[in-house]
Ligand binder design. Structure first.
Ligand code: AGP
Length: 606
């Protein structure tokens, strides 16, 4: 949930550490700090608040060092204060540590260290690490051995980087939290995610759980916990620094909304052959799923909504499928066995709830497939195989392009599963393939013609915002409400259209606009009845649909139109309109759109 960055090499590390933290701020932004190893010792500076308050506190002239560690925080243990901000140090100030994750046994370690005379200055779990290293140093161990033996005492999830005064090196390790190494021309980087150092190098080494990295100006070594050297490949990422810039847009979220035509083209490329009517998915050739009799989709947040979308698509085409909130799945996994396919859907590939859901079912000998946006992410290592949504880096905390790319990639996967399991294809296959190949252009047309800003303006002072839909449009209603909540902080809820009269209708008034999503198939008739129910309570209705839903659009008070397409894909288009409504409402309310309060991009703790 936090962002770690490390820089080792010639020249002053401060500017590159701060730029790295800026590119990681989507991971947490309630406090930040850096520590530098220099000829006078270790300098630590940290501040509560966003990165700007740290930048303002840094006196560029005095603070310098060629080796440094940095951290931007999303609080789990102890509120965002200067004391609880990272880096944390030991009693002497000669050891500084940054950490992402949760150390579950920190209480007992802290009591043990305090009993040994160590003095703690924060409420964090992290602070036990520098004190542990200190106690090993006091026992005469070398900095590297002290780091290694300290790490052996830790339980939980962590990515850690440490500097020890007098040692021209950074020691780092990971267990359950992401950490990647960047090999520059004359310097080295470590970070929670690639955007931290992408403007310096595209050469990346993905560290594995249990790896211990020693990074020095001359180079790096990676060993296991026993000290044996391990080989890790250097991979070149096909992203460039421009990908992680705002590209002239006011916000990453708006840039990423407008990147959807390109992202969807990449998601479909080489995977759909509308002429032969076949799909070609890496790691899922025909027959891959012929022994499967049920599909469990596990995910959280927006990814769960994408999973629900595909659950509808699979079940209506004859495959037994369930979309489970990963956190709940992990606590009580449903029955599963060798004929169960578990699809773990996670854009970051690092969401702790989804990782533990996969781990909770491993014993049942199920087949697991990761559907993710990040090559080399932890989920790709926990699952038997991976399918990538190819959306490119997504910096805005509110997921946008990755939802569309997840639904389209999962739809192609669904076609493969339906064929292997039922021997048939998704209903109206030719229209479905057509829709998959035209969805990038449809989104572009929608972006060019959208009236979402006017709708957002019109309803800005509403009391609450409700979203309704049926079948694949139900998860789109949930997603529309989630986007609205996340970035406007206004009360918004998504409901299955059929659910309204069983309770939520009590919330509906003339101050609660209802966004009704239409797929253009027979479900529309029933959703239209629900529209009349809320209109009978004076609620203004905004219909989101295409020409195929003309009657519905005619009945509604306002409309957000989408190009006509296959009912299985219209939800993707409708969702883009809802992304825009949320964006414009948040912009008019002057919200911190890319870094909404209390949230973070990838949630690496349960
Ligand atoms: C969505 O806008 C949020 N950022 C959040 O709900 C997110 O979808 C969820 O945390 C899952 O993240 P993942 O796809 O990286 O696993």
């Amino acid at each position: 949930m936090c962002g770690i960055t490390v820089r080792v090499g010639d020249g002053n590390a401060v500017p590159e550490l701060l730029d790295g933290l800026e590119n990681l701020e989507y991971r947490g932004y309630d406090s930040a700090g850096i520590a530098l190893q220099n000829d006078v010792g270790i300098d630590v500076i940290k501040r509560e608040g966003t990165l700007d308050s740290l930048r303002n506190a840094i006196d560029d002239d005095s603070l310098h060092g060629t080796i440094g560690i940095g951290h931007t925080r999303w609080s789990t243990h102890g509120p965002p204060t200067d004391e609880n901000a990272h880096p944390h140090t030991d009693c002497t100030g000669e050891i500084a540590v940054v950490h992402n994750g949760i150390i579950e046994n920190y209480q007992e370690l802290r009591e043990e260290l305090e009993a040994d005379g160590h003095t703690f200055t924060s409420e964090t779990d992290t602070e036990v690490v520098p004190h542990l290293i200190e106690s090993k140093r006091n026992a005469g161990l070398s900095p590297e051995s002290a780091f290694r033996t300290a790490v052996e005492r830790l339980a939980g999830s962590y990515a850690i980087a440490a500097i020890v005064d007098g040692t021209d090196a950074v020691f780092a390790t990971r267990h359950g939290s992401p950490l990647v190494l960047g090999r520059g021309a004359d310097r080295y980087f470590l970070a929670s995610d690639i955007p931290a150092f992408l403007q310096h190098t595209d050469q990346v080494v993905y560290l594995e759980d249990g790896d211990i990295a020693r990074v020095e100006p001359e180079g790096y070594t990676i060993t296991d916990l026993q000290g044996n050297v391990v080989k890790r490949n250097i991979e070149v990422v096909d992203w460039d620094a421009e990908d992680v810039g705002k590209g002239g847009y006011d916000h990453y979220m708006l840039k990423e909304i407008h990147e959807q035509p390109t992202a969807l083209r990449q998601a479909v490329r080489g995977r759909v052959d509308s002429f032969s009517g076949d799909v070609d998915l890496e790691s899922a050739p025909p027959g891959t799923f012929s022994d499967i009799d049920r599909v469990h989709l596990v995910a959280m947040g927006t990814s769960w909504h994408a999973a629900m979308y595909i659950q509808s698509l699979l079940t209506e085409n004859g495959v037994d499928a369930g979309a489970y909130m990963a956190g709940e799945y992990a606590t009580s996994p449903p029955p599963a066995g060798p004929n169960t396919l578990v699809l773990a859907v996670s854009q970051s590939g690092e969401t702790a709830d989804t990782l533990s859901a996969v781990r909770s079912i491993q014993g049942a000998n199920v087949q697991t497939v990761a559907v993710t946006n990040v090559v080399g992410s932890t989920i790709t290592r926990e699952c038997d195989s991976s399918i990538f949504i190819r959306a490119g880096p997504e910096i805005g905390v509110a997921a946008t392009k990755t939802f569309s790319s997840q639904v389209v990639t999962l739809s192609i996967l669904a076609e493969r599963i339906v064929r292997d399991v039922t021997g048939t294809s998704i209903r109206n296959t030719s229209g479905f393939f057509e829709a998959l190949s035209t969805v990038p252009g449809d989104v572009q047309q929608l972006l060019d013609d959208s009236n979402a800003e006017a709708i957002a303006e019109h309803f800005l002072d509403s009391k609450s915002y409700f979203f309704i839909g049926r079948n694949t449009c139900y998860p789109v209603a949930l997603e529309g409400a989630l986007k609205f909540k996340e970035i406007t902080y206004e009360h918004a809820e998504g409901f299955a259209a059929s659910e309204l009269k069983h309770g939520p209708l009590a919330l509906v008034t003339d101050e609660t606009p209802v966004f009704a999503i239409f797929s253009g198939d027979e479900d529309d008739t029933k959703t239209l009845n629900n529209v009349k129910e809320v209109q009978a309570r004076d609620a203004p209705v905004v219909a989101v649909g295409s020409n195929s839903s003309q009657e519905a659009i005619g009945q509604a008070d306002y409309s957000l139109e989408i190009p006509e397409t296959h009912p299985a894909i219209s939800g993707v288009l409708a969702n883009v309109q809802l992304q825009l409504v949320a964006y414009h409402a948040a912009n008019k309310l002057d919200r911190a759109i890319d870094k909404p309060r209390n949230l973070a991009k990838s949630v690496t703790v349960e």
